[in-house]
Design a protein around this ligand. Structure first.
Ligand code: M6R
Length: 612
């Protein structure tokens, strides 16, 4: 995820900005850059792909000394991770520099309008549209803040941004909508801006969190906050209680917990600018096939590993139910070594958070060699899988640092739902069915936020059950892959042995294991197989099993039959896995804490398995 830091004061800005960038490194990035304005109003910028150390190495080349500047770490969303696309972006006259987090949804519209006015675009980023827009707005405004305001009134999407200009030096103008930003109030005639507290905490613990719609002007003397619609506003000053190390994790104890809690936002990001309520459809810029080519897809093979493979199984249920296209899901490690039959009309879809998993990459190459058309659902922009597929969908979930995949999993499910809708609406899925799914997707981030309130309950359950040697996870239909994923999460971070099983298969073998030493997590949201799962739960109860049931809404049928009810909000069956997987992530996390495990870097595991 991108990071922003800015400084205005009496000290040399360059080293402070570099230090701030280092504090943001934990968020993950592929390139970095900074812009500094000298007291005489000369704007200097440097940016580079790769690590901050490389940027530091070239800092002195052509950089004027200055006491006001902005800096950025980029995690690519639009355009490859290279020097050109790195931030800051500048105006044609090189007198305005801007850094931006978020996604500008109407960047194409702005680009085409400004191109008609003679603006030349050098990068593939959405951000460049905003800096040219500010440049254009400067024609009718005399201050940087007024030019920024005029420009932002034409911008749709999410942003946290910081701008400096040699036309109005000695100040940083910042704005926030949907992407966090805070002001750090310095002590000795200096002020800072950061996308999170870790960027400023070395200089100050007094911060002002900006709200959506807020802009601010920072100078060495002070700061002023104003709202894009309401004019000047007062925002309270907060005291940061964390130390530096905790600040990197946004105040959370572990990356895994931080990433679990980020899911309302990561799910918003995968849908941003893609939902079309009116037509019950989605806009997917990355799907470059014509409607005719899409109509030619007769079979889909999804290939992936680990958690991404579990998301693929959920995709199989969705795609078959809502598009009627036959789907198979293959472990990438198996697919690559057999002789898969890929007849004409087969689409091979690779799912991967990192985009670098060796087996998935090799499966993709096998599919390409056999002439199949290939698609990727990938989080990491510019990764090998993203580059080697013919087209695809990015997750925009931000970097996932905890080894156990959490937010990427739920974003993968949502991306699969978007693709299902896209294909379905170009086949037989009606506008009404489309609208129902779009409405459910729209409601999902808030429902995820509500589900996160299960934190304290899952923590208590982790204490009660965290010493068990084995766990069984049961689910049917859409919830079977969730059972597999719940078991994998628990295994990975707590080292408790766990099995995921289709609930009805239990009586064909695993039922022999059930006793009161083996907790059973039963996924029982109110979907088409609810009554069947209730019967399976009764079978467990009859054998003295201890049951934790995940339900959606009320479940009176289960009262007295299970030991604990874990209630998530209800939604359409295809999206229920997003909600039911969250308490399982939390349970795994708290069980790992209870057992004193290294949650973010469990033994023997790597975040990205780039070897066979
Ligand atoms: O980066 P990928 O999605 O391709 O990674 C696939 C698996 O290695 C990954 O999901 C792994 O299973 C995680 N540790 C699960 O938490």
């Amino acid at each position: 995820m991108c990071g922003i830091v800015g400084y205005v004061g009496a000290k040399e800005a360059g080293p402070i900005l570099i230090e701030g960038l280092r504090r943001l490194e934990y968020r993950g990035y592929d390139s970095a850059g900074l812009a500094v304005i000298s007291p005489e109003g000369r704007l200097g910028t440097v940016k580079e792909a790769g690590k901050i150390a490389q940027l530091e190495g070239i800092l002195d080349e052509g950089m004027p000394p200055g006491t006001c500047g902005i800096a950025h770490t980029r995690w690519a969303t639009h355009g490859a991770p290279n020097r050109l696309n790195a931030h800051p972006h500048w105006s044609q006259g090189r007198d305005i520099a801007l850094v931006h987090n978020g996604i500008i949804e109407n960047a194409e519209v702005i680009r085409s309008k400004l191109s008609d006015l003679g603006y030349i675009f050098e990068t593939q980023t959405d951000t460049e549209a905003v800096v040219h827009l500010i440049d254009e707005a400067f024609q009718e405004n005399s201050t940087l803040e007024d030019a920024v305001l005029t420009a932002l009134r034409q911008v749709e999407g999410a942003y946290g941004l910081a701008v400096v200009s040699s036309r109005d030096p000695g100040k940083i103008v910042v704005a926030r909508k949907g992407s966090p930003l805070l002001i750090g109030i310095g002590k000795n005639g200096e002020n800072l801006v950061g996308s999170d507290a870790s960027a400023v905490i070395q200089h100050t613990k007094e911060v002002v969190y900006l709200d959506d719609g807020d802009c601010a002007v920072l100078t060495a003397e002070g700061y002023r906050v104003f709202h894009i619609e309401e004019g000047n506003v007062q925002r309270s000053v907060h005291q940061i209680e964390w130390d530096l190390e905790a600040a990197e994790k946004g105040g959370y104890e572990h990356f895994m917990l931080k990433e679990i809690c980020e899911q309302p936002e990561s799910i918003r990001n995968v849908m941003r600018g893609r939902l079309l309520e009116e037509t019950g459809d989605v806009r997917l810029g990355g799907i470059t096939l014509s409607d005719e080519e899409l109509a030619g897809i007769r079979r889909i093979v999804i290939t992936a590993c680990g958690t991404s493979w579990h998301a693929a199984l959920i995709g199989e249920y969705m795609l078959e139910e809502l598009t009627g296209i036959p789907v198979e899901v293959e472990y990438a490690s198996e697919f690559r070594y057999r002789s898969p039959v890929l007849e004409d009309g087969t689409l091979v879809l690779a799912i991967s958070q990192s985009g670098e998993t060796a087996d998935t990459l090799a499966a993709l190459e096998e599919a390409r060699a056999r002439g199949a058309s290939t698609m990727g659902i990938v989080n990491t922009v510019g990764s090998s899988i993203a580059r080697k597929t013919d087209f695809g969908i990015y997750l925009h979930a931000g970097p996932e640092i905890g080894v156990a995949s959490t937010k990427a999993f739920t974003s993968q499910i949502v991306a699969l739902a978007l693709f299902t809708l896209y294909l379905g609406r170009r086949r037989h899925l009606s506008i009404l069915q489309g609208r129902e799914l779009v409405a459910a997707l729209r409601a999902l981030p808030d429902q995820v936020a509500q589900t996160l309130a299960l934190g304290p309950l899952t923590k208590e359950l982790a204490v009660v059950y965290g010493d068990a040697q084995n766990f069984l996870y049961l689910g049917r239909g859409y919830q079977f892959p969730v059972a597999l994923e719940g078991a994998l999460k628990l295994k990975e971070v707590s080292y408790i042995h766990a099995e995921g099983y289709p609930a009805a298969e239990m009586k064909h073998g695993p039922i022999a294991l059930i006793d009161d030493d083996m907790p059973v997590v039963a996924l029982a949201p109110r979907d088409s197989v609810y009554a069947k799962v209730v019967s399976n739960i009764e079978e467990v109860k009859a054998r003295s099993g201890r049951i934790l049931a995940v339900v959606s809404g009320d479940a009176p049928e289960l009262i007295g039959k299970v030991d604990h009810l874990i209630e998530v909000p209800h939604t359409v069956p295809a999206l229920l896995p997003v909600l039911t997987s969250i308490p399982l992530q939390l349970l795994a996390y708290h069980a790992a804490i209870h057992r004193n495990r290294d949650v973010d870097q469990p033994r023997n595991l790597a975040k990205s398995v780039t070897v066979e």
